[in-house]
Write a protein that binds this ligand. Structure first.
Ligand SMILES: [Zn+2]
Length: 99
């Protein structure tokens, strides 16, 4: 996913930078006018890896991270790890409540 740092200049005299995943308009924090970005740069997308737990036929577990931005779909990557480990079950690891 692309991530943009966008620059806005408002006719009321102020300018600011903002970061978001699209090049949409922003509202002036001073006069609330809707402003189109007049400059932008593409910045690194934040890493949003998902940890998956793979269960092997003997009951042991393997853990791998799947990257949604890697260019392969999540399910393709999960399938690759399943084949690599010979896993029979793959589940995304939920956030542990007491961690
Ligand atoms: Zn303004």
């Amino acid at each position: 996913m692309a991530w943009y740092r966008r620059h806005y200049t408002c006719p009321c005299g102020i300018s600011w930078w903002d970061e978001w995943s699209c090049l949409c308009n922003d509202r002036c924090p001073k006069c609330n006018r809707e402003i189109e970005p007049d400059d932008h740069e593409v910045v690194e997308a934040e890493v949003r890896e998902i940890e998956y737990e793979f269960t092997l036929p003997d009951g042991t577990k393997r853990y791998e991270f799947v990257d949604p931005d890697a260019g392969y779909s999540v399910m393709t990557q999960v399938g690759m790890f399943m084949a690599m480990h010979g896993a029979i079950i793959a589940l995304p690891v939920k956030d542990k409540p007491n961690d």
